[in-house]
Design a protein around this ligand. Sequence first.
Ligand SMILES: Nc1ncnc2c1ncn2[C@@H]1O[C@H](COP(=O)(O)OP(=O)(O)OP(=O)(O)O)[C@@H](O)[C@H]1O
Length: 267
Amino acid sequence: MSASKAPASSSAWQEPVIEVRGMLSQFGERVIHQNLDLTVNRGEIVGVVGGSGTGKTVLLNSIIGLKEPEDGSVKLFGQDRSTMTKAEAVAVEQRTGILFQRGALFSSLNVMENVSAPLLEHTRLSRNVIRELTEMKVAMVGLKPEALYLKPSELSGGMIKRVGLARALALDPELLFLDEPTAGLDPIGAAAFDQLILELSRDLGLTVFMITHDLDSLYTICDQVAVLADKHVIAKAPVAELEKSDHPWIKEYFLGPRGRAAKQSAN
Ligand SMILES: Nc1ncnc2c1ncn2[C@@H]1O[C@H](COP(=O)(O)OP(=O)(O)OP(=O)(O)O)[C@@H](O)[C@H]1O
């Protein structure tokens, strides 16, 4: 009998990869998150949405360890961030890939050097093996070998995202964080990038946490959508369920003209 992969969201064997509990995030007196809970299970592609300034990036930064929450806990792969040793934090870092919004490439390095940077930093592989792995990752994200010798200033916006993704995948992560991956891309480029994320995540068995404003991405590739409002995650569910929500922001977001258009083009 051939096995078929059940959708991540309906699996009876859900294993949490990210667990945020009771998070409080503050800058001075200003509270950004209060009592925020979020679980992302293995294999899920979770889109994180919310109005501007609701704290999506602060949440991402708190999960990846760039900001320490004022209260609450963040567990990655079952380990609590606050009690990890330095070696454990490095091990978690190696199981995690991050694509920042503008690619965060080193402008003075070419594509080969940018993509191989994590391999040089975290492995003892020979230069030849690193070169081969880098070429493989660059091909994996749909770039031609000629791109290897270009500098970021010579790349289009879509290519920069692909190079950033290749670098995020350099260490074969299990968990991928994407900060507005389709922002700044034209609709065709954005749809192609969505497909790339979907294919890679399914082929590599990745868990994906993706901040996005792109309704098309939510409809086409996300298993679950987490909605940030009122300082916490007010819902995490498949888009089809969120469409039935009574929350005013969710209603306006998914059932407004842009939401309806995205739904129609996904069907
Ligand atoms: N380092 C910081 N110091 C002070 N305030 C900050 C800092 N970083 C973020 N904030 C504030 O935290 C709030 C949430 O910011 P964040 O960037 O997480 O929002 P966002 O949901 O990602 O917004 P957008 O969709 O516009 O990118 C904002 O009001 C922002 O001004």
